[in-house]
Design a protein around this ligand. Structure first.
Ligand code: NAD
Length: 285
């Protein structure tokens, strides 16, 4: 029987710590979240972020733009936020409408205000293993591993999914912690042969029920990033068949209540870190 990694409870305690630390700073940390279009899921994520900011005592600014807005308009807003001394972190809610070049937008954000660490300069620092901040989801997973005293050094770590926002930085983070990393994706020939080797298995395929019990080694730590919405019920399930895998793994994250809340908490943590950097309380690279 597995230990359930309770991301919800841990995230609440992380937010409390952030609130206490933020209260000691000379000014409130500030974040701006830009939402383009009216995707209901994105609207919900952005509202949740505003709630987290309020709980942490941060200044939060929300910029809503119509899906028809131009790349130039968006770049101009980012330019203004880059120059705004009250704003420490900028986050553009993804995905952006197809008409907008996502890369160009993300590269326009000041790397020192890049709250999700997606700017190429920050990605480069990740490759070197010493970024100021990690993207929120891998950072949240690392925080959970630390809290539950799960060592990475020398472990075989298998990551399923190679997205820029989760899979790739997760692989780099585990590598930096001296894990032996296997990064799988859609072209991986025999996924089960890879996942069965994992001491630590992180799954972010966005494919409900992809990981079954026969794909998991006994005693593995299983981290489920997947959030697959059932259109009929509106509920979320992960990429891992939780009910069967929990009897094999040593530790497992639930969906919901595992990685999701930690991802949100780490956005606050990242903004706090950037605020300290801007206030001269942390060394620059
Ligand atoms: P994505 O489509 O960008 O990436 C998915 C990755 O999974 C790709 O690299 C793809 O190659 C790989 N993949 C897909 N099917 C596979 C298969 N059958 N075998 C092996 N590899 C496979 O998606 P994304 O935006 O990274 O999101 C993935 C999932 O993670 C979604 O369910 C999303 O909701 C969730 N997510 C959750 C959080 C969180 O905070 N919990 C954060 C980000 C994403």
């Amino acid at each position: 029987m597995s230990t359930i990694l309770d991301g919800k409870a841990l995230a609440a305690s992380v937010r409390q710590d952030i609130r206490e630390e933020a209260a000691k700073l000379p000014r409130r940390p500030g974040i701006a979240v830009i939402l383009v279009g009216e995707d209901p899921a994105s609207q919900l994520y952005v509202s949740n972020k505003a709630r987290d900011c309020a709980e942490c005592g941060f200044l939060s600014r929300r910029v809503d733009l119509p899906a028809s807005c131009s790349e130039e308009e968006l770049l101009e807003i980012i330019g203004r936020l880059n120059a705004d001394a009250a704003i420490d972190g900028i986050m553009v809610q993804l995905p952006l409408p197809e008409s907008i070049d996502e890369r160009r937008i993300l590269e326009a954000i000041d790397p020192e205000k890049d709250a999700d660490a997606l700017h190429p300069l920050n990605v480069g620092q990740m490759v070197h293993g010493d970024p100021v901040i990690w993207p929120c989801t891998p950072a949240g997973i690392a925080e959970m591993l630390d809290f539950y005293h799960i060592p990475v050094d020398g472990k075989t770590c298998v990551v399923v999914g190679r997205s820029d926002i989760v899979g790739k930085p997760m692989a780099l983070l585990l590598l930096q912690r001296h894990g032996t990393v296997i990064l799988c994706h859609r072209h991986t020939k025999d996924l089960a042969a890879m996942t069965r080797q994992a001491d630590i298995l992180v799954v972010e395929a966005g494919h409900r029920g992809l990981i079954t019990a026969d794909m998991v080694k006994r005693g593995a730590v299983v981290i489920d990033v997947g959030m697959n919405r059932d259109p009929a019920t509106g509920t979320f399930t992960g990429d891992v068949c939780f009910d069967e895998v929990k009897d094999i793994s040593s530790h497992i994250t639930p969906v919901p209540g595992g990685v999701g809340p930690m991802t949100r908490a780490m956005l606050m943590q990242n903004v706090l870190t950037l605020a300290k950097l801007h206030m001269g309380l942390l060394p620059r690279h």
